[in-house]
Design a protein around this ligand. Structure first.
Ligand SMILES: Cc1cc2nc3c(=O)[nH]c(=O)nc-3n(C[C@H](O)[C@H](O)[C@H](O)COP(=O)(O)OP(=O)(O)OC[C@H]3O[C@@H](n4cnc5c(N)ncnc54)[C@H](O)[C@@H]3O)c2cc1C
Length: 496
C-alpha cells in the first residue's frame, strides 16, 4: 500500500484561517472550500495542466474584491483571477497555495450609452452578452473570439482577445475605452472613460493584455459599432495551403480589408464539415473564408475583386453566400472548428503564434515537415488576415510521451514564428504555456523592464505569479530584483 504523506498541520491550520477570513468578507455561498467543488476550477481551456486551488472565492461587489485583495496582500497570499476559465494558455491555472478569485458573479450590464456608442459592463458578462445588450439599437461589439458564447469581457481584457472580425475592427485593446481596476493593495483605479483620449501614460494599453497580473478588472467600458448594412462571405477552395496563404497576402496587398479572412486546412475542413454541414469543399487542401461588409454595391464590387485575385492564385472553387442564413452557415463551421477537432483525436494542443502574412505559406510548409518529425498531426484553422496561426496539435494524453512530444512540436512552431519575424502569441496570451519560450523573443533587458512594470503594480508578486515570466522575480527596493529560478519546461532556451 502506498503511504500518503501526512498533511502539514501548520499548512492545514493556515488554510482554515484563510477560509474563515474570506467567509467574513464574502458571506453566504461565495467561498468554495470542499475538494469536490474546487475540482471544477482545477484547470482552464489548457486542460493538460491541472492544480487544485487552495480555496475559491466568488465576490459580488467591488468592495468585496477590495477586501479580499487587502486581506491577501497583508497575509502574503497569492491570488489568481478567473473569468470563465476558457484561456488556452493556462492563464487562469490555479495555485495550490493561492486563492482563486472568480468574477462570475459580476455579470451585469451597468450602462448602455447609445449617444456615445459605448457599453459599461461588469467583467463577468460574456463577450456575446455585450452584443446581445445593444443589438436592439442596431449596434454590436466587434471583437468576437470563437469562445464568445461563454468567455467573459474581463477575460478578454486580460488576454487582449481577438476574433474573426478583428482584422478590420481591431483587437480588444482597440475597443476598450475605460476600466475599473483593483490593485493588490486594494486600491481602486479608474483608467480611461467614455472619451477616446486622456493625458498621462497609456495605462489602458498597459492593463489590456496584462493576463491578470497587474490588478483585478471590476468594470469595463467598450465601444460598440453600428451593424454594417450588409455582408456576404466567400468560400474559396485551394489546391494547397501555401496558395491560400499567398492569396491572403495579395488581397491585403490590393488594399482590401475584409471583415474577416480565415483559413482552414484539409483536416480542419473535414472535421468541421462532418460536425456542422456548412457545405465546405471536401476536395480542397485549404479553404479560405472571406467576408466583405458594407453597402450592397461595395460588397458586390469587392466580391468580384477577391474572386479575381483567388483565380490568379489557382483557386479550385469559389462560392459566395446568397442569404444571411447561408453567410452564417459558412461561419458556423469555422466557429465550431476547435470543438470539431475533438473528432480527430482525444486531445489537442492549440498553439497561437503570429507571423507576417507573406510568410504563411512557407511556415505551413515547415510545419508539415515537423509533423513527420514528431509523428503527430496538426490541423490548421486560423485568422489568416492577421497572420495569426492556430495549429491544433492532435495527440492522445493516455499514450505515454505524446503530450511531451506535442509540447515540443508546439514550442518548435512558436520558435519558427519568431524566426520569420513574428511573435509568440496573437491573442491567447502567454500564461504558463509559452512562459518558458519568452527568452526566444525577448532579451534579458526586455524581460527585466517588463517585470519592473509588474513590480510597480504588485511589488510582492502575489497576483497570478508563475505566469508570463520564465523566472519569478521579487521586486526589491529601488526597482532592483532578486531572481528565484523555478523549474523550467524548455531548459535548452537561453536564460538569464
Ligand atoms: C473553443 C475556444 C475557442 C477560443 N477562441 C478564441 C479566439 O477566437 N480568440 C481569442 O482571443 N481567444 C480564444 N479562446 C481563448 C479564450 O476564450 C480567451 O482568452 C478569453 O478571453 C478568456 O476569457 P475567460 O473569461 O474564459 O478568462 P479566463 O480563462 O478565466 O482567464 C484568462 C486570463 O484572464 C485573467 N482574468 C480573467 N478575468 C479577469 C479579471 N476580471 N481581471 C483581471 N484578470 C482577469 C485570468 O487571470 C487569466 O490570466 C478560445 C478558447 C476556447 C476554449
Amino acid at each position: 500500500m502506498i503511504k500518503m504523506p501526512e498533511p502539514d498541520q501548520a499548512v492545514l491550520a493556515r488554510r482554515v484561517e484563510i477560509v474563515a477570513a474570506l467567509r467574513r468578507i464574502v458571506p453566504g455561498e461565495g467561498v468554495i472550500d470542499s475538494e469536490r467543488e474546487r475540482r471544477a476550477f482545477e484547470c482552464d481551456g489548457l486542460t493538460a495542466y491541472r492544480e487544485l486551488p487552495m480555496v475559491v472565492v466568488l465576490p459580488e461587489t467591488t468592495a468585496q474584491v477590495v477586501e479580499v485583495l487587502r486581506y491577501c496582500r497583508s497575509n502574503t497570499i497569492k491570488v489568481v483571477p478567473r473569468g470563465a476559465g476558457t484561456s488556452l494558455s493556462g492563464g487562469a491555472l490555479p495555485l495550490k497555495d493561492g486563492v482563486l478569485l472568480g468574477l462570475g458573479k459580476f455579470n451585469r450590464i451597468l450602462e448602455i450609452d447609445v449617444a456615445n456608442r459605448c457599453v459599461t459592463a461588469q467583467p463577468g458578462v460574456t463577450n456575446l452578452g455585450v452584443t446581445h445588450a445593444v443589438q436592439a439599437h442596431g449596434l454590436y461589439y466587434a471583437p468576437d473570439p470563437s469562445s464568445q458564447i461563454c468567455c467573459t469581457i474581463g477575460g478578454n481584457v486580460a488576454e487582449n482577445s481577438g476574433g474573426v472580425h478583428c482584422l478590420k475592427y481591431g483587437l480588444t485593446t482597440n475597443n476598450v475605452i475605460g476600466l475599473e481596476l483593483v490593485t493588490m493593495d486594494g486600491e481602486v483605479i479608474r483608467v480611461g472613460g467614455k472619451h477616446f483620449d486622456s493625458g498621462g501614460y497609456d495605462l489602458l494599453g498597459v492593463v489590456v493584455g496584462s493576463e491578470g497580473m497587474l490588478g483585478v478588472v471590476t468594470e469595463v467600458t467598450v465601444r460598440v459599432l453600428p451593424l454594417p448594412p450588409g455582408a456576404r462571405a466567400l468560400l474559396i477552395g485551394f489546391p494547397s495551403v501555401e496558395a491560400s496563404g499567398d492569396c491572403v497576402a495579395s488581397v491585403i496587398g490590393a488594399g482590401i480589408i475584409p471583415g474577416g479572412m480565415e483559413i482552414m486546412d484539409r483536416l480542419a475542413i473535414e472535421a468541421a464539415e462532418a460536425f456542422v454541414h456548412a457545405g465546405y469543399p471536401l476536395d480542397a487542401e485549404a479553404l479560405l473564408i472571406v467576408e466583405l461588409d458594407g453597402c450592397a454595391a461595395e460588397v458586390d464590387h469587392l466580391i468580384a475583386e477577391v474572386e479575381a485575385i483567388a483565380a490568379r492564385h489557382g483557386a479550385t472553387s469559389c462560392r459566395a453566400s446568397r442569404s444571411e442564413e447561408e453567410r452564417l452557415l459558412f461561419w458556423a463551421g469555422r466557429k465550431a472548428a476547435f470543438p470539431a477537432a475533438g473528432r480527430l483525436a482525444p486531445d489537442y494542443y492549440c498553439m497561437d503564434g503570429t507571423i507576417p502574412r507573406k510568410e504563411i505559406g512557407r511556415v505551413l510548409q515547415r510545419m508539415k515537415q515537423m509533423e513527420a518529425r514528431y509523428g503527430l498531426r496538426a490541423a490548421n484553422v486560423f485568422h489568416a488576415g492577421d497572420g495569426n496561426l492556430h495549429p491544433l496539435i492532435l495527440y492522445d494524453a493516455n499514450k505515454p510521451g505524446e503530450l511531451k512530444r506535442a509540447e515540443e512540436f508546439g514550442a518548435d512552431i512558436l520558435k519558427l514564428c519568431v524566426e520569420v519575424g513574428g511573435v509568440l502569441t496573437g491573442e491567447h496570451g502567454v500564461g504558463v504555456e509559452k512562459r518558458d519560450l519568452m527568452p526566444a523573443m525577448f532579451s534579458e533587458i526586455d524581460l527585466n523592464q517588463q517585470q519592473r512594470l509588474k513590480c510597480a503594480f504588485d511589488p510582492e508578486s502575489l497576483l497570478n505569479p508563475g505566469k508570463v515570466f520564465p523566472q519569478l522575480c521579487r521586486c526589491a527596493e529601488l526597482g532592483r530584483m532578486h531572481v528565484h529560478a523555478g523549474e523550467l519546461r524548455f531548459p535548452d532556451l537561453p536564460r538569464f
